[in-house]
Ligand binder design. Structure first.
Ligand code: APR
Length: 254
């Protein structure tokens, strides 16, 4: 592990255009479960019920979706960024990275100090709720309190449209401008570091592929194998917080 940490530290020092890419595994050390590890979100909820199409067309599935968020808001409100998020924020402050493309909706990169305009949230955010028709906001705490009281989330008072948390559900289009910017960064980067993602969900998982096929060096930090391991210049099997702390120490920054 030590020589791999030293290699990543050298790659980070040498690269002039570095992009980080994160998945739910970067937040598990903050107490936020990931999706596909044992005990993860998809062990507790059925992903087939959580598609965009079923959210808009089936009351039962919409109720399940809100129940998932009632639990997530309760469990994740107040969780803190861990050393992996903090390392990425510090590397940005030192001018060592272009930004972080994240699949996560927990907001922990911004909480760790990453500039909001350098965090590309491909799957939206769990901390906002919007009407699908007119875009009107509802504060997440207002919705959470209703759900805790066993009440239903009513439709938008302005247009009658459905409110939905501002995350991207399966089958829902990703935010186009965010995706365009993330693709741009991936094509032009020299170093692309994926942290804590199983790299099985598209189009997000296409970005590490694009980076590697455009000549960038792909580094994958993950507890398990991923389908893109063969494209990686370097694979570090380890816990994100521990690996990134060792990298920062190796770079003389911590
Ligand atoms: N350090 C490193 N890797 C970790 C850690 C950790 N502390 N904890 C978990 N992992 C790894 C797991 O082994 C797994 O391979 O992180 C990966 C997390 O994978 P997923 O749970 O599939 O999460 P993610 O890749 O972000 O999923 C992508 O799928 O369900 C959708 O929209 C959801 O954004 C999510 C997308």
């Amino acid at each position: 592990m030590k020589e791999k940490v030293a290699l990543l530290a050298r790659l980070l020092k040498e690269s002039n255009r570095t992009v980080f890419f994160s998945g739910a595994g970067i937040s598990t050390e903050s107490g936020v479960p990931d999706f596909r590890s044992p005990g993860g979100i998809w062990d507790r909820f059925d992903p087939d019920e959580m598609t965009f199409q079923r959210f808009v067309s089936e009351v039962k599935c919409r109720r399940s979706y809100w129940e998932l968020f009632r639990i997530c808001w309760k469990e994740f409100d107040g969780v803190l960024p861990n050393p992996a998020h903090k390392a990425i924020a510090e590397l940005e402050k030192l001018g060592k990275l272009e930004g972080v493309i994240t699949q996560n909706v927990d907001g922990l990169h911004q909480a760790a100090g990453s500039s909001p305009d350098r965090v590309f949230e491909l799957h939206g955010t769990m901390w906002e709720i919007r009407c699908l028709q007119c875009g009107r906001d509802m504060p997440w705490k207002e919705a959470h309190e209703k759900l805790e009281r066993g009440e239903e989330i009513e439709n938008c008072p302005g247009c009658g449209g459905l409110y939905k948390p501002a995350t991207i559900a399966f089958g829902q289009s990703l935010p186009l401008e965010t995706l365009r910017q993330a693709q741009e960064l991936s094509v032009h980067c020299e170093l692309f570091v994926s942290v804590g993602s199983s790299l099985v969900v598209y189009p997000a998982a296409r970005l590490p592929e694009v980076a590697a096929k455009s000549g960038g060096k792909l580094v994958i930090i993950n507890m398990e194998k991923t389908p893109l391991d063969d494209l990686a210049h370097l694979i570090i099997r380890g816990r994100a917080g521990e690996v990134m702390s060792e990298v920062m120490r190796e770079m003389g920054l911590w």
